[in-house]
Design a protein around this ligand. Structure first.
Ligand code: HEM
Length: 575
C-alpha cells in the first residue's frame, strides 16, 4: 500500500488538490452569493488570507490567546474565515454554547474533516461516531464510569502516584542542595499512562520503571509531534479535506505521504495490537489483578449484556480502548502539568493546600488509616477550589469543532452587536457552517467570572453569590445537562466550568479524571514543594489538540515545563 501511496502522491497532489481547490473555491464563492441566510452581519477580524483565512492564526498561535482577543473585541459569537473566505463562527456565548452542546446535540455534528481526524486517531470510536451509533457506544461505556466503579479505581491510581513520589524523592535527595529541576510533563505523562494502564485496562506499561514498551514510545509526545507548530500548508490541507467526499478524506488520512500522519498511523497500529492482546488475555482469564473492575473489563461485560444491534462489534470495542487511551492520558497529564505551573507560581496557594492536606492527614490517622479516600477529597474545600480553578484556567481540550446540521437559529445570552450597529438576541445560521466553540473564552468571560477572570484565583469559588448568577443556569452547562439530583461525593468535586464539555458528547471519563487530579495533587503537594525556574518565563501554551507546555525557542523539543522540586516542609516546619 505504501508503494501505491508513493506512486499516487504526485497524482493525488496535483490531480486532486489543485483542480479541486479551484473548483471548490469557485463553487463556494457562488454558493455564498446565492444562499438565503447570510452571516455577513456577524462581526469579526479582517481576513488575513484567502487560502487559510484565520485558521493559521488560530492553530499556530498559543492556545486560547486569539480566542480571548476576538471574544473581547467582538463578543460571544465571532465570524472568522476559513479557506476561500469561508465563514466560520467562534462561539463563547453561554446560551449559544448551551444550544450547540445540549439542545442541538446531534444537530451540530462534527465536520467531516474532524470526524476523519478522529477516525485516524482512534478509529470508529465515539470521537468519530454520530447519532444512533454514538448513543450506542456511549451506552456501553457508561457503566464503567459510574461513581462506585470510579471509586474502585482509586487504589491503582494511588499506587502509581506513590511510585512517582518514590522516584522524585530519590532524585531530590540526590540533587545538589536537595533541589532537583524536573520536567513536569514528562513525569506526569508517564505516571498518567501508568494509571490508565492499571486502572483502565488492568495492564502494566512499566512506564515509570524504564521498561521498553512500544505503547510508551507511540504515546510519548504524540500530540506535539502530530499537531505541534503546523505550517500554513498543514492548516490549509486539514481544512480543505472538509470539502472532499468522505472516502477521499479517509484515503488522505490512511495513505497520503506525511511524516505527521505517519505518527498517527504508527500509534494506531501499535495501540490496536496491544488492545487486541489485552482483550484476548481477558478472555482467557489473564490480567485479573483488578478482579474485573477495570474499565476495559466493565466495557466488555456491558457489551456482552447487550443484544443484537445494541452490541458493539469487535472493531468498535478496540476503538473504545484507543479512544480511552488517548482521551484519558493526554488530557489528565497536561491538565495536571498546568496545575503545578500555577502552584509553583503561587507559593501561598501551595502552602494553604499543604496545610489542609496535613489537617486531613490527622483525621485519617485518627481513624487508623494512612491513605486518602474520595470522601477525604470531598472534605477538603480548598483542594476542591484549586482543582476547579485549574480546570477553568487550563481546559486541556480548548475547542470543539462542529457544524450546523440544518438551517438553525442560535439563541444568545448577551445581545450581540452586528456589523450595522444593531443588537440581536438570536442568530440565524445556514446549514453547513463550521463552528468552533471556545472553552477558554467561555471559562474566562469577565461577565461570568468577574474582571479578574484571567487570573488564577481559587478563592473565587468560595464566593457563591458572585456574578455567575448573571447567566443563570448557563454558567453551569455540564451539571444542568445531566444530573443535579444524583449528587455523589465524586460529583461534588465537579467543576462548574466547561472544561469537561457538555451535552451528548460530555466527557464520560470526568469522574475518573477528578480522582486522578485530586490524588496527584494531594500526594505530590504532601511530599514536595514546587517553585518556578527561569525557563518558565518562556512557557508557551502549544495548541496540539490538547494544550501542551513548550518553551519559546525550543518548541521542537516537545512538552517541557522545568520546575524546581524540593522536599515539602513537614508539620513542625510550617511558619
Ligand atoms: C482533565 C481531564 C479531562 C478533561 C478536561 C476532558 C475533557 C473532555 C472534553 C472537553 C471532551 C469533549 C470533546 C468534544 O466535545 O469533542 C472529552 C471527551 C471524551 N473524554 Fe475526556 N477529558 C478528561 C479526561 C478523560 C479521561 C480520564 C477519560 C477516560 C478514561 C476520558 C474519556 C473521554 C472520551 C471517551 C471522550 C469522547 C466522548 C464522545 O465523543 O462522546 N476523558 N473529554
Amino acid at each position: 500500500m505504501l508503494f501505491l501511496a508513493i506512486i499516487l502522491f504526485p497524482i493525488t497532489h496535483f490531480t486532486i488538490f489543485v483542480p479541486a481547490t479551484i473548483v471548490v473555491g469557485a463553487l463556494y464563492i457562488l454558493y455564498q452569493k446565492f444562499t438565503g441566510i447570510s452571516l455577513s452581519q456577524v462581526r469579526g477580524p479582517e481576513n488575513p488570507s484567502f487560502w487559510v483565512g484565520h485558521l493559521a492564526e488560530f492553530f499556530q498561535g498559543q492556545s486560547g490567546h486569539v480566542d480571548l482577543k476576538w471574544a473581547k473585541e467582538f463578543g460571544g459569537v465571532v465570524r472568522i474565515k476559513g479557506p476561500f473566505g469561508q465563514d466560520r463562527l467562534m462561539i463563547s456565548d453561554a446560551k449559544a454554547l448551551q444550544y450547540v452542546y445540549q439542545i442541538g446535540g446531534y444537530d451540530f455534528p462534527k465536520s467531516p474533516e474532524r470526524r476523519a481526524l478522529s477516525r485516524s486517531l482512534a478509529d470508529l470510536g465515539p470521537g468519530w461516531a454520530e447519532g444512533d451509533i454514538h448513543k450506542r457506544q456511549r451506552r456501553v461505556l457508561a457503566p464503567a464510569f459510574g461513581a462506585p466503579e470510579v471509586k474502585a479505581l482509586l487504589p491503582p491510581v494511588r499506587r502509581c502516584v506513590h511510585k512517582l513520589v518514590a522516584k522524585w524523592k530519590q532524585l531530590v535527595t540526590e540533587a545538589p542542595n536537595g533541589e532537583a529541576v524536573l520536567n513536569a510533563p514528562k513525569w506526569l505523562g508517564l505516571t498518567t499512562l501508568e494509571t490508565m494502564g492499571e486502572a483502565a485496562f488492568d495492564y502494566r506499561f512499566g512506564a515509570l520503571d524504564g521498561e521498553d514498551n512500544p505503547l510508551i514510545d507511540v504515546y510519548n509526545n504524540f500530540p506535539a509531534l502530530l499537531f505541534g507548530s503546523p505550517s500554513k500548508w498543514d492548516v490549509f490541507v486539514q481544512a480543505f479535506t472538509g470539502w472532499l467526499p468522505m472516502p477521499v478524506i479517509d484515503f488522505y488520512y490512511d495513505y497520503f505521504p506525511s511524516s505527521r500522519l505517519n505518527v498517527a498511523r504508527e500509534n494506531g497500529k501499535v495501540a490496536t495490537q496491544v488492545s487486541r492482546d489485552l482483550i484476548e488475555a481477558k478472555a482467557i482469564g489473564k490480567h485479573e489483578g483488578m478482579g474485573g473492575r477495570d474499565v476495559l473489563s466493565l466495557v466488555v461485560k456491558a457489551n456482552m449484556s447487550k443484544n443484537g444491534k445494541a452490541r458493539l462489534s469487535e472493531g468498535e470495542v478496540l476503538a473504545q480502548m484507543r479512544t480511552l487511551m488517548l482521551a484519558g492520558s493526554e488530557t489528565t497529564s497536561k491538565t495536571m502539568t498546568w496545575f503545578f505551573f500555577e502552584l509553583a507560581k503561587h507559593p501561598d496557594v501551595q502552602t494553604r493546600l499543604r496545610e489542609e492536606i496535613r489537617a486531613q492527614e490527622k483525621i485519617i490517622a485518627l481513624r487508623g488509616d494512612t491513605d486518602f479516600g474520595v470522601e477525604d477529597y470531598d472534605d477538603m474545600p480548598y483542594l476542591k477550589v484549586v482543582v476547579k480553578e485549574g480546570l477553568r484556567m487550563y481546559p486541556p481540550i480548548p475547542n470543539a469543532f462542529r457544524m450546523t446540521g440544518k438551517d438553525d437559529v442560535i439563541p444568545l445570552s448577551k445581545p450581540l452587536k452586528t456589523a450595522t450597529g444593531e443588537y440581536i438576541s438570536e442568530l440565524p445560521v445556514p446549514k453547513g457552517v463550521r463552528i468552533i466553540t471556545s472553552i477558554p473564552a467561555y471559562n474566562q468571560d469577565p461577565d461570568i467570572w468577574g474582571p479578574d477572570a484571567h487570573v488564577f484565583n481559587p478563592e473565587r469559588w468560595f464566593d457563591e453569590t458572585e456574578k455567575r448568577a448573571s447567566v443563570g443556569v448557563y454558567s453551569n452547562l455540564y451539571v444542568t445537562s445531566t444530573r443535579k439530583e444524583t449528587l455523589d461525593p465524586i460529583d461534588t468535586l465537579l467543576t462548574d466550568s466547561l472544561s469537561f464539555s457538555g451535552g451528548v458528547r460530555f466527557c464520560p471519563g470526568y469522574k475518573f479524571a477528578l480522582v486522578q487530579l485530586n490524588t496527584f495533587l494531594v500526594e505530590l503537594v504532601r511530599n514536595f514543594e514546587f517553585s518556578p525556574t527561569e525557563d518558565l518565563k518562556r512557557i508557551r501554551m502549544e495548541s496540539c489538540l490538547v494544550v501542551v507546555p513548550t518553551l519559546e525557542g525550543e518548541v521542537e523539543k516537545g512538552a517541557q515545563m522545568p520546575l524546581k522540586v524540593t522536599l515539602a516542609p513537614q508539620d513542625g516546619d510550617f511558619p
